[in-house]
Design a protein around this ligand. Structure first.
Ligand code: SF4
Ligand code: SF4
Length: 151
């Protein structure tokens, strides 16, 4: 069995990987202060419109608002408007990138205190189930950053 890297060899706090297994509780789709904004890139809008079978302009008008130059889902209720009565995402196939890549974001990887504190408090899937390597967690987080920069 390979020896895990020491902190001196790999200073990342998540160098041994991170566990995550979604329990489908829907909590991340409810208003909980931290991590509540759902940003919508142009590509997200296209995917959402296709899923809803509506024109993009109509989806933007009905479901989005702008703040500080960023488009995000309107926050008019205590939960995402696409969270259904069973606590599931009604636009799952067209859900935004950040919903697909949670919990591997640069913000959530920033420190063990963040991961074990507000991130875990929001999401009971944290530290459960399948192991994602440190490199894969970083790759997903970087892909998410790039998505909102470029799409
Ligand atoms: S809070 Fe975590 S466990 Fe619950 S639905 Fe969201 S990702 Fe899954
Ligand atoms: S779009 Fe779907 S997955 Fe994303 S916050 Fe809304 S209900 Fe949750």
């Amino acid at each position: 069995m390979p020896t895990p890297p020491s902190p001196a060899e790999d200073p990342r706090w998540y160098r041994d990987g991170l566990r995550f297994d979604c329990t489908a509780c829907g909590n991340c789709c409810r208003d909980h202060g931290e991590y509540t904004y759902v940003y919508i890139s142009d590509a997200d809008l296209v995917a959402l419109a296709a899923c809803l079978e509506l024109p993009e302009a109509q989806v933007e008008q009905l479901y989005c608002q702008f703040e500080d130059g960023w488009r995000h889902l309107k926050r008019e209720k205590a939960a995402c408007t696409f969270l259904d009565d069973k606590g599931l995402c009604s636009v799952y196939e067209g859900r935004p990138k950040q919903c697909k890549t949670w919990p591997f974001w640069q913000d959530t990887l920033a420190s063990k205190a963040d991961w074990s504190g507000p991130v875990k408090a929001c999401c009971p899937g944290i530290d459960q189930g399948e192991l994602t390597s440190a490199d894969d967690a970083e790759r997903i987080a970087q892909e998410t950053e790039d998505w909102y920069e470029n799409s």
